[in-house]
Design a protein around this ligand. Sequence first.
Ligand code: 1HN
Length: 352
Amino acid sequence: MNTTTTGEAGALEARRDFYRRIDPDNLAPLWEQLHSLVTRTPASQCRPVHWDYRKIRPYLDEAGRLITAEEAVRRVLILENPGLRGQAAATTSLYAGLQMILPGEIAPPHRHTQAAIRLILEGEGAYTSVDGEKTFMERGDFIITPAWHWHEHGNEGAAPMVWLDGLDVPMVAMLDASFAEHAADLPAPIPARRGGESKARFGSNLLPVDYQAPSPSSPLFKYPYAETLAALRAIAAGNPPDACHGHKLRYANPLDGGYPMPTMGAFIQLLPGGFGTAPYRCTAGTVFAVIDGEVEVAIGEQRFTARPNDVFVVPSWAEHRITAGKDDAVIFSFSDRPVQEILGLWREQRSA
Ligand code: 1HN
């Protein structure tokens, strides 16, 4: 055998030559990447990140002067994770953005296979309409737009309205399952339905007799903050907080108690003033938004203070702690936990 191809260096060169020759046939050796594909714990590209609302809010005003909601279709600044730039992703599986609609504006009706959640941050007098039913939105309200439901927004109030959008955009892209339709391309407009119907039918601890759900999503579109906060306060008044979560509730589909939509779960937690959560991590990368109060957040080695309307991301399996300032804090969050649970992937680790 030729001495240049013997020994360790020769063996490596022979392998590299082999990889080069199989490459044009769209082949690659698994053994060179097995360890980075099947990691012992999640190796996320997603990074911890904090958006300070006071810093970024002026950019929304600027966007408002640069483009109308109508021209933009949706006037949104995407919250891009620094580890996933250019992918319209806040976590590996989820998109987040801040949407603004000015008085008198309309964001035209469309539908798509991507599902959306909204957390209202600022303003009043704007509505979202889902399948022709108008729902007015107030700060802290949690609103859902399930996959393939027609939706549009309009602002009938006197001030700008801003909300946090969360969509399963990266997940749907990964599955190559994106479809969309615009009402403007239809022969007739979407018929309007009376406001308040979905609350009457599904949001009053009652359900229509013989109702058969047409989709796996909640038929209730709005979860009003006033009711959510009253529930949290009543629970906090009479119970000790959970060590890792404080007082934490999950938004539920009134039909079956499951998540409101199959791809995204949403949560709300009250941390009593001065209370700090014990270290915790789970496999669902999560987008948080502060509704009330001020919190100190520790994610791995990173530390920041989050105030009302600030948004932050905790990546999969990143250990974190959240400590409320002197007043009670209320924090909203959403993640892909329903998907991970149904696939048997979801894991958590509580250190207390
Ligand atoms: C969308 O339809 C909305 O309807 C907001 O408000 C953000 C981001 C990506 C794709 C569709 C909306 C979106 C979106």
